[in-house]
Design a protein around this ligand. Structure first.
Ligand code: FAD
Ligand code: DLZ
Ligand code: SF4
Length: 520
């Protein structure tokens, strides 16, 4: 009798229709799921991120068992646990003597490299299948990117709109006449802006077990476990999506870039963790958004904005990641060498905007897009923090972070470390932008209207310090170069005041202690 097919399913592959499960028969397949030390500690992920992944994996294993599949599930605290995917697949091969290992490709470079060695390591056949849970295949992305000097999301996005037919009219034109309603997605928060509360999911017994495990074994990782509210099953994720489409999508567009102290979710969907785990189908969510528009339940700028984030940005960064790896990991076009400041981990800073975004990150393993981009990221860009240190921070702290989505956003979008392949200009901004889009500045010890000196908002002198030190590269950029006329008009004395203020502030930053990202 030939052995069964062994189907390893990774923590972010929790999809019933996964390529490696599709077409398999239940009496001839053993599904293997593994909680492994290597994955939990290659960086010291936020405690909530590990609880989320383990709990979602355990629930998914139950879902498969209930549907009649044989699931071999290895827990982190299993005394024989080999600690790595490769080690656990090797042990499972000994247990089950399979004729074939059939696996869906890993989302991250690091894991895929190891997976590609399995065929040489193991005695049975190994097949690695394409992950087709994306609208755009890698071959398609590479073909689109071929011969383009600059890769721009906007043009890619239009291709995805055409491919999916989302928000296209009968004549093949974009709904409403425009491809992009970004200019209608920037409304500043009005006084007292608050969103309906999203569904929060109390830990069940399985999640509680994972919380106890993480607190016990990985208690020195960053982040709080006090409030764990993430959806961990497909049903819960669907409930979260239903609530978004019923109550929050209407205002999603206008307030997409707004920030309000203490309002951690606003009108965002909070669905990235479920999408990235494989619990929700991104294309299905886009179709639901389109339906809300067609039924008159949500305006076009909200629906287009939501769809753009998913079939635009999400698909685009995934294609970009594989197109640019492995060198994207090391890219540092602006030669930024500063260490990450300690306050990114402790939240202890007098900058009210940074402190609130770091608090939300610590409490929820989440911050919304504009907080990640224009507050936390903008500061790292202006201060010249080394891209590797920034990348590792983002990978650790967010529950939705996997390198394929985190790295392009951090290295290319935020830090311009790829020298402009992804973004046409650095997203550098002074305190003015944060003041316009948030209510942070009114509660800050710094003054956003002051440009230099001890009380000045640090973003103000840092902005000019950044522009000054990268003049050679940025002056020729038509989207940003004109700013130098303003700088030149200031005169040497005023310029020096800006530079001195920035340097005094940078000198005051305490670099992060060792041990936040990796043990020892
Ligand atoms: P919404 O605002 O409701 O957006 C809807 C969906 O669009 C999201 O769920 C997500 O799937 C997708 N999306 C939106 N923006 C992006 C984007 N720039 N790239 C990819 N997908 C996007 N997202 C991650 O999923 N994982 C990450 O590790 C991650 N790291 C980021 C790092 C930085 C520096 C920045 C600027 C953005 C990062 N993002 C990341 C994108 C974005 O911030 C999150 O997807 C979003 O905040 C998740 O919250 P939400 O589900 O409420 O999103
Ligand atoms: C992020 C993560 C963590 C913390 N732990 C596990 C795990 O123990 N087992 C598992 O299958 N997946 C885990 N993951 C998600 C993986 O890191 C993710 O599937 C790969 O990085 C994708 O390449
Ligand atoms: Fe942030 Fe500056 Fe505003 Fe303070 S004054 S909240 S540091 S932007």
């Amino acid at each position: 009798m030939p052995g069964p097919v062994l189907v390893p399913i990774l923590g972010d592959q929790l999809t019933r229709d996964l390529a490696s499960l599709r077409g398999r028969t239940k009496d001839d397949t053993v599904v293997l799921m593994m909680e492994v030390w290597d994955e939990a500690t290659y960086v010291k992920h936020h405690k909530q991120k590990i609880v989320l992944i383990f709990s979602a994996m355990r629930h998914f294993a139950e879902e498969l068992r209930d549907a009649g599949w044989t699931v071999d599930y290895v827990r982190l605290d299993d005394p024989d646990n080999a600690g790595s995917f490769t080690g656990e697949v090797a042990r499972a091969i000994e247990r089950h003597d399979p004729r074939l290992v059939s696996v869906t490709e890993a989302g991250e470079w690091r894991v895929r490299q190891k997976m590609e060695q399995w065929a040489d390591k193991f005695a049975c056949d190994v097949e690695i299948l394409r992950d087709d849970r994306f609208v755009c295949s890698q071959a398609e992305f590479d073909e689109w990117a071929k011969d383009r000097k600059e890769l721009r999301m906007e043009f890619f996005y239009r291709e995805m709109r055409r491919k999916t037919g989302l928000l296209m009219d009968e004549d093949g034109r974009p709904e409403g006449g425009e491809w992009n309603y970004d200019s209608e997605n920037r409304r500043p928060p009005k006084e007292g802006l608050a969103a309906p509360e999203r569904p929060k999911f109390e830990p069940d017994a399985t999640t509680q077990e994972c919380i106890d495990l993480v607190a016990d074994r990985l208690g020195d990782h960053f982040g709080s476990l006090e409030r764990f509210e993430w959806p961990v099953t497909r049903e819960e994720a669907e409930e979260a999506a239903d609530a978004f489409f019923a109550e929050r999508i209407e205002c999603f567009g206008p307030y997409q870039d707004a920030m309000v102290a203490g309002e951690d979710d606003l009108f965002h969907s909070m669905l990235s963790t479920s999408i990235n785990l494989g619990l929700l189908d991104p294309l299905d969510l886009c179709r639901r958004a389109e339906q809300a528009y067609r039924e008159g339940k949500a305006p076009l700028n909200s629906v287009e904005g939501f769809i753009r984030q998913i079939i635009g940005w999400r698909e685009y960064v995934r294609g970009f990641y594989w197109h640019q790896m492995p060198h994207l990991q090391k890219a540092n076009a602006l030669n930024a060498q500063r260490g990450l400041p300690e306050f990114y981990w402790t939240g202890e800073t007098e900058m009210a905007c940074m402190a609130d975004c770091i608090r939300s990150t610590r409490d929820n393993a989440h911050a919304h897009h504009i907080q990640r981009l224009m507050v936390l990221g903008n500061f790292a860009l202006l201060a010249g923090v080394n891209p590797r240190a920034v990348q590792e921070w983002y990978l650790v702290v967010y529950a939705d972070a996997y390198e394929w989505v985190e790295l392009p956003n951090v290295a290319a979008m935020v830090l311009y470390a790829d020298g402009g392949k992804l973004a046409s200009k650095p997203y550098a901004a002074s305190g003015n932008y944060i003041n316009k889009m948030s209510n942070y500045c009114s509660g800050c010890r710094y003054s956003v209207s002051k440009k230099t000196g001890d009380d000045a908002c640090p973003f103000n002198p840092l902005y000019w310090h950044f522009m000054h030190r990268h003049r050679e590269r940025l002056e020729a950029n038509p989207r940003i170069g004109r700013i130098y006329a303003t700088w030149d008009r200031m005169g040497a004395d005023r310029q020096q005041e800006y530079l001195d203020s920035a340097e005094a502030f940078l000198d005051s930053l305490e670099p992060a202690a060792a041990g936040w990202v990796r043990a020892g």
